[in-house]
Design a protein around this ligand. Structure first.
Ligand code: SAH
Ligand code: SF4
Length: 397
């Protein structure tokens, strides 16, 4: 039996925002499964179970993940041995038991900065998710979604305002990287996706199994080969997930969305704080740093009058004292369901100066493609807006 990652299974407790996890998740008993869900070892097992020499798995893996072939036609044209072609023809035929994850691009929006492209992708069940390709000097970063919607309900986040729809399977996460890579190659075949951030729609540590499985596939040097040190997982602060990352020795970078320096300040913005308390979160971060020896990147969305005062900055510096921490300040992107506004430039600079004076590296996240609603969840939410309210709401999403 091939181990299919339980990305869609619920086993990790309660929804921090709503008490119980919603159960509208895709069934793992689906008659067909995605080849993109499989790591190389599982692919070998699948082939062996179907009487194909598993030694051929490496060639198929290469076609799927190195060459990025993602349709039956593209695979039929691959230089594979006849037994593999015969198996693919059978497996991918209707009723053959397997499919390929190739999300359909519904919309592609280039930003006026010329470097950011945002994709709205439709999955097999009609759900839409967002993927963003960001070009920086000499490198390209892909930002992927890990869930359709999100259960954590952060008040300033478009995805949080949508609510949770379902977890993504590993193949659906991997396929976003392939999509971005295809687009990048069509522009310039020499260009490579170097970095990956899990900062799109959804909370990665709420979909732990599927995300870790997907990252194993994405970082495999025989395929997409994005090095683990170039992969950043951003979490709202799912404490058991942070502890598990440390205990399992996962090699990825960790970013924690903090946004508040006291329980009151944070829980007003991040409802998940009620599930995993501020103190528990900071303790888990300290333990993570001690156990892994790795730096934590703390994300802080600056909101005028809510979390941008000099007192907050001083308190934050004191809380993080002794930790190997990097502060990443994010300008607030406008969302229709939240009336907070972006910090004034002066307050933001003062905030940064205080953290720096306390010895922490503290940078502003480059604002990318905000003119095309490239902030987290913004495009998806814009399309979801019912026609009756379109044009009435001041929201851009
Ligand atoms: N769920 C994860 C990762 C996805 S959100 C997390 O919360 O960390 C990625 C980042 O975008 C988080 O730091 C989040 O706080 C930030 N974010 C969400 N909505 C935003 C908005 N409207 N403006 C600025 N940053 C936002
Ligand atoms: Fe979910 Fe992250 Fe948005 Fe919070 S900020 S609602 S955790 S996607």
């Amino acid at each position: 039996m091939v181990a299919i990652p339980a990305g869609s299974r619920e086993s990790d407790g309660e929804c921090p925002a709503h008490g119980i996890f919603p159960d509208n998740i895709p069934s793992m008993s689906e008659a067909t499964r995605s080849l993109h869900d499989l790591d190389l070892a599982s692919l070998r097992e699948v082939l062996a179970a179907d009487g194909v020499n598993p030694v051929h798995a490496a060639a198929l893996w290469r076609s799927l993940h190195r060459e990025g072939r993602a349709t039956p036609e593209e695979l039929a044209a691959a230089p594979l041995l006849p037994p593999l072609h015969r198996w693919l023809e059978r497996a991918l035929a209707p009723g053959g038991g397997w499919f390929l994850d190739r999300p359909e691009p519904v919309e592609e929006i280039p930003s006026s900065d010329g470097l950011t492209r945002k994709f709205l992708l439709r999955l097999r069940d009609g759900q839409t998710i967002e993927t963003v390709l960001m070009g920086y000097e000499g490198r390209h970063t892909v930002c992927v979604s890990t869930q359709a919607g999100c259960a954590m309900g952060c008040v300033f986040c478009a995805t949080g305002q949508m609510g949770f729809v379902r977890h993504l399977r590993p193949g659906e996460i991997v396929a976003q990287v392939h999509h971005a890579r295809r687009v990048l190659r069509s522009v310039d075949p020499e260009k490579r996706v170097r970095n990956l951030v899990l900062m799109g729609m959804g909370e990665p540590l709420h979909n732990y199994e599927a995300v870790m499985h997907a990252l194993g596939i994405i970082s495999d040097t025989r395929g997409l080969a994005i090095g683990p040190a170039r992969i950043a997982i951003s979490t709202v602060g799912v404490v058991p997930g942070i502890r598990r990352l440390a205990s399992e020795g996962r090699p990825y970078r960790l970013a924690v969305s903090l946004h508040g320096s006291t329980r009151e300040e944070r829980s007003a913005l991040v409802p998940a704080d009620k599930r995993w308390s501020f103190d528990e979160l900071l303790e888990a971060c300290r333990d993570y740093g001690r156990e892994t020896g790795k730096r934590i990147f703390f994300e802080w969305t600056l909101i005028e009058g809510r979390n941008d005062s000099p007192e907050t900055a001083e308190r934050l510096a004191a809380l993080l004292a002794g930790m190997d921490a990097h502060l990443n300040l994010i300008p607030l992107n406008p969302t229709g369901g939240f009336d907070g506004v972006e910090s004034q430039a002066g307050s933001a600079r003062r905030f940064q100066a205080i953290l720096r004076a306390a010895g922490f590296p503290c940078t502003f996240r480059q604002r990318r493609g905000i003119d095309v609603a490239a902030g987290c969840g913004m495009l998806r939410a814009e399309r979801k807006k019912p026609a009756a309210t379109a044009g009435v709401s001041p929201s851009r999403r």
